[in-house]
Design a protein around this ligand. Structure first.
Ligand SMILES: NC(=O)c1ccc[n+]([C@@H]2O[C@H](COP(=O)([O-])OP(=O)(O)OC[C@H]3O[C@@H](n4cnc5c(N)ncnc54)[C@H](OP(=O)(O)O)[C@@H]3O)[C@@H](O)[C@H]2O)c1
Length: 341
């Protein structure tokens, strides 16, 4: 089969698309004929190399895909040949109430071989059914970011209707999912992005107020938009570049929920602001299968919609990485096996 792959970590030049050994399934796995995959910022980190993760090379990246079951292992009970499925990339102990808290929790594509290939061998526990009416692009683009946003805002952040929420980076995968989840929960949604065009998109998916953070400090803007009070929750996946302004944006007793640190993991902690304003810092990663299925049921019924920046053949995976790294466009980048085009 053909697969996106790299034999060493590095810049986009290390990405290739070509022959890779056909995957063989274990007894609890399903062979998926991949119809579409989607990129996450994670694919950039994985390509560059993450501390403490020693990947088997060549590595196939990719933590999102959807496709058709073409073979099942002898212990597989939930799926049969021909079923439409999508990947839930988090792997934890299924017997735990919350497998994301398993010490051995890891992510397909980040810690082990990913799914940007014509075929992928995937544990049954990591697949969800995709209804007939859902496009492959949608099924591939939604799972990772909508499960992440759902857990951040609803499960970990316990967002309530009527609260004020600030979503940073509303143009990115997680950000644009978080805007939709927050609006669905009945919150008033404030969103930031780096251009007016991206902010127009954010309004189109549920943002009530938008701030171009390239033109103004969003902390001061939030204070003036909320009559000096601040918001109840900030959704921050940016890290060092935004942490200080995020803390400034919070109302007394507010909470900041973080799932990522695109610009770096070590901002000034701002302890004085944290204790004086009695703020809570909440970390969140991926979601349990039940939480993911709840979020995805709202994608399948059209309540949530992953926006597609661009769909490219897998042979143009390097360009797909470039779109993410250069912060072009709004939403998700989809890649499709060349043989499917
Ligand atoms: N823990 C988890 O389970 C989990 C799950 C998913 C993602 N993540 C993490 O969350 C982060 C976002 O992932 P993603 O896939 O959504 O990424 P993405 O699609 O590439 O989006 C990145 C966003 O960050 C914004 N951004 C980048 N640099 C910025 C800066 N200096 N100041 C303000 N905004 C900036 C961009 O905004 P503009 O377009 O306005 O420039 C863009 O909206 C990544 O760090 C990822 O690793 C974690």
């Amino acid at each position: 089969m053909d697969a996106v792959q790299f034999a060493e970590h590095g810049d986009r030049e290390v990405i290739e698309y070509g022959e890779f050994p056909d995957p063989e399934i274990e007894s609890d796995e399903v062979l998926v004929d991949v119809k579409a995959g989607a990129l996450n910022h994670l694919d950039i980190w994985t390509r560059k190399g993450l501390p403490g993760i020693d990947l088997e090379m060549p590595h196939v990246p990719g933590s999102d895909c959807a496709g058709v079951v073409s073979e099942i292992g002898e212990d597989v009970t939930r799926f049969e040949e021909g079923d439409r499925v999508a990947l839930l990339a988090g792997v934890g102990d299924e017997r735990m109430d919350d497998p994301t808290l398993d010490l051995r929790f890891h992510i397909i594509g980040e810690h082990v071989r990913g799914v940007h290939s014509e075929y992928a061998a995937i544990p049954e526990a990591n697949l969800v059914s995709v209804p007939e009416h859902v496009e492959w692009e949608t099924a591939a683009a939604a799972p990772l970011v909508f499960q992440t946003a759902w857990r951040m805002l609803i499960e970990r952040g316990e967002l309530q209707a009527g609260e004020d929420v600030l979503v940073l980076g509303a143009s990115g995968g997680v950000g644009h999912a978080a805007v939709q989840v927050a609006a669905h929960a009945g919150a008033t949604v404030y969103a930031t992005a780096s251009s007016d065009e991206k902010l127009e998109y954010a309004e189109g998916i549920g943002a009530d107020e938008t701030i171009n953070y390239a033109e103004a400090e969003f902390g001061s803007e939030i204070k003036s938009l909320t009559d000096g009070r601040g918001v109840d929750m900030v959704v921050d996946h940016i890290g060092e570049a935004t942490w200080d302004e995020s803390l400034k944006s919070l109302a007394k007793g507010g909470r900041i929920v973080t799932c990522g640190a695109t610009t770096g993991p070590n901002p000034d902690a701002g302890l004085n602001r944290m204790f004086w304003n009695q703020l809570s810092v909440i970390g969140s990663t991926m979601a349990t299968p039940e939480q993911a299925e709840t979020a995805l049921s709202l994608v399948w019924d059209g309540t949530f919609e992953p926006k597609i920046r661009e769909t490219l053949p897998m042979s143009e995976a390097a360009r797909a990485h470039e779109i993410i790294e250069e912060r072009e466009g709004f939403g998700k980048v989809v890649v499709v096996p060349d043989s499917e085009l």
